[in-house]
Design a protein around this ligand. Structure first.
Ligand SMILES: [Zn+2]
Ligand SMILES: [Zn+2]
Length: 167
């Protein structure tokens, strides 16, 4: 169901069954340098290094799903917004990495409500709460805002209910 195109392979942490974020390290010319970096979605909660394993080798229902907006684990909806990439800019304004979003975006009930109402500001506020402190939020604010803009621009009509898991 998840159409990945030519993205780097989707990985899951073998230690905690969480889907991992993908980042391609770039040099100052925007060219890939080194291997894809896989990290936990919730950095501050991870007490171990990510152990990437191909997502295709996991049972979908065993995975911990995260809301792609606020990182809640109560995922209720899936939206389709394919092909979004985010270039991460370093301190000297040169690119340092490229994030690939999956084509399917997961949303919890609350974030879905904000998406349906196109409440971009409230959605941004809610998303920023996933970061530890005020300083981190300020650093990430514009990136998240840009990511949400890209989401709304490429968002396809319709959404899918996610069956409630056993948790
Ligand atoms: Zn893990
Ligand atoms: Zn959410």
């Amino acid at each position: 169901m998840i159409d990945e195109g030519d993205l780097p392979a989707a990985m899951v942490c073998a230690a905690c069954s969480q889907p991992l974020s993908r980042r391609i390290p770039l040099n100052e010319f925007g060219e890939q340098v080194g291997d894809v970096v896989y990290t936990h979605v919730r950095h501050h909660e991870a007490d171990h290094e990510a152990v990437p394993q191909p997502r295709a080798e996991h049972f979908e229902e065993d995975l911990t799903q995260f809301c792609d907006f606020c990182t809640s684990t109560k995922v209720r909806w899936r939206y389709r917004a394919p092909g979004i990439q985010m270039i991460v800019i370093g301190e000297d304004d040169a690119p340092v990495g490229r994030h690939h979003s999956s084509s399917d975006w997961a949303a919890c009930e609350l974030c879905a409500r904000l998406i349906e109402r196109r409440s971009k500001k409230a959605l941004l506020q809610r998303a920023l709460l996933a970061w530890d402190d005020e300083e981190a939020r300020e650093v990430i604010r514009e990136s998240v805002r840009g990511l949400h803009e890209a989401f709304f621009t490429t968002l396809q009509p319709g959404r899918h209910r996610v069956p409630r898991g056993r948790r």
